[in-house]
Design a protein around this ligand. Structure first.
Ligand SMILES: NC(=O)c1ccc[n+]([C@@H]2O[C@H](COP(=O)([O-])OP(=O)(O)OC[C@H]3O[C@@H](n4cnc5c(N)ncnc54)[C@H](O)[C@@H]3O)[C@@H](O)[C@H]2O)c1
Length: 436
């Protein structure tokens, strides 16, 4: 097996496969201590990174340009690597079952370019058992090498939180695990060299795989609970924010808030676990109920918007609505699994004309097949009957009631999904206000 000194002395490189939200920040961090080559199959992404431009905005431009790491779209570059870290997508298919194709394709590529002595570290979120049961057989078949004799595998889940400049990889404890104690030792040394926050050593790979999924299942369920409470309190005429503020004064209260759950982690990873649970003969109840509820929240917000517009205008048909924010969460350009496009579609079904604005998101084709008009500035849509602030982008927080008022000709409706503004101020300005 490659030695830690081989890596620190630059005799062997670290290869990072998949230079997205997870792979790029990790590769840049590692390049400050080791020789690193980043491989991505997306040629335009590689070309942009070579120019020092990261469209995910996770690595500041200066830091990327200053990094000595190499970028390549040729998998042969992995042959010089003693450690290969894999950070490619692990989505679900249309039936919400794990889609392991990217993982298998990548393992094939890595296997075909594997040098004896290499340790392959998987970082992608997978179900317990996937690394050893799915990836290892492919690596063996493609490389002709023998597991635990010629190459070794490890698992270290990524905990990066896109858009979060506080909890960066170096500041979050990293879980490490290996197929043998020696593998775990080596990768603990590698990650330990760049992550001052420290490491947690899981007893085996399966435990580390399960631990990562638990993080996202737990968030999903807690947000689902808050969403259910918001629906109940809405019916009872109670302000959920005020209820949670009061309840939150107890020492053991868990501070979660209602909202739209999107992205490619929280709405996806639970299905990796439920798939394994079902395979084992157990039908998960709580996890799937939470998923269903969170998946329905875009529709719920659309229904509430229609209700508010009806109260003010008498009818929703023919109304004009401006949606502020399309990304799946605040301050990121990422639209994957965002529920805001669903929300827009639901509004359209009610005969509403929908305009959408997001200062960060690359909208692409997420609204294809709809009549939603994506505008370059909110003013372009004015005058509108309702404004939905769907995402808590920092750029929206300074927008005041006078501004919202200026976007509408009559008494506007403000749907404040994340509770960013003051209900009292809105009412004072003659704005009909609603929040989750
Ligand atoms: N983004 C997050 O917040 C986050 C957090 C923790 C864990 N994860 C997990 O990390 C993994 C990666 O997520 P991400 O957000 O970085 O994905 P991403 O889509 O941002 O990036 C993946 C990159 O891999 C590349 N790629 C795909 N297949 C490839 C192949 N066969 N060979 C080479 N490159 C390939 C793509 O071109 C893309 O650039 C997923 O399993 C995800 O669940 C993500």
């Amino acid at each position: 097996m490659v030695g830690f000194e081989d890596l620190t002395e630059g005799k062997a490189k670290i290869g990072v496969v998949g230079l997205g939200y997870v792979g790029l920040p990790l590769a840049v961090l590692l390049s400050e201590r080791f020789r690193v080559v980043g491989f991505d199959k997306n040629k335009s992404r590689v070309a942009e990174l070579r120019r020092g431009f990261d469209r995910t905005r996770e690595v500041p431009e200066g830091r990327l340009s200053a990094s000595a790491m190499e970028f390549s779209d040729d998998p042969a570059c992995l042959r010089e690597a003693g450690v290969i870290i894999v950070a490619i997508p692990t989505p679900v298919d249309a039936d919400k079952c794990p889609d392991l194709e990217p993982l298998c394709v990548t393992s094939t590529t890595v296997g075909q370019n594997l040098s004896p002595g290499t340790v392959i570290v998987y970082e992608s979120t997978v179900y317990p058992g996937a690394t050893e049961e799915v990836c290892v057989p492919i690596l063996e078949a493609e490389s002709g090498l023998k597991w635990k004799k010629d190459f070794w595998v490890a698992y270290s889940p990524e905990r990066v939180n896109p858009g979060d400049k506080t909890h960066t990889i170096d500041r979050v404890v990293k879980i490490v695990s290996g197929d043998t104690p020696a593998t775990a030792d080596l990768i603990a040394q590698v990650y330990g060299a760049v992550i001052p926050a420290g490491l947690h050593r899981a007893p085996d790979i399966k435990t580390a795989e399960a631990a990562k999924i638990v993080e996202n299942v737990q968030r999903d369920i807690n947000i689902a609970l808050m969403n259910e409470l918001a629906i109940i309190f809405g019916r009872l005429g109670l302000d959920t924010g005020a209820v949670l503020a009061a309840a939150g004064t107890k020492w053991n209260f868990l501070k979660f808030e209602p909202g739209l759950v999107g992205g490619h982690c929280i709405p996806v990873d639970p299905y990796y676990l439920t798939h394994k649970a079902q395979e084992s003969g157990y039908e998960p109840e709580v996890i799937l109920a939470g998923r269903r509820l969170n998946d329905s929240m875009g529709k719920y917000v659309a229904e509430q918007t229609v209700e508010q517009i009806r109260r003010v205008r008498g009818a929703a048909d023919g109304a004009k609505v401006l949606v502020l924010g399309l990304a799946f969460k605040e301050n990121v350009p990422d639209l994957r699994s965002s529920q805001v496009p669903d929300l827009c579609r639901e509004l359209e079904k009610q005969g509403i004309s929908v305009y959408a604005y997001d200062p960060l998101a690359e909208v692409g084709d997420c609204l294809a097949g709809t009549g939603v008009c994506v505008v370059d500035a909110p003013e372009t849509a004015a005058p509108v009957d309702a404004i939905i602030v769907a995402v808590r982008h920092s750029a929206f927080l300074d927008l005041g009631m006078e501004y919202f008022r200026s976007l509408s000709s009559d008494r506007p409706v403000l749907i404040d999904v994340k509770g960013c503004y003051s209900a009292e101020e809105a009412e004072e300005q003659g704005i009909a206000y609603w929040r989750l």
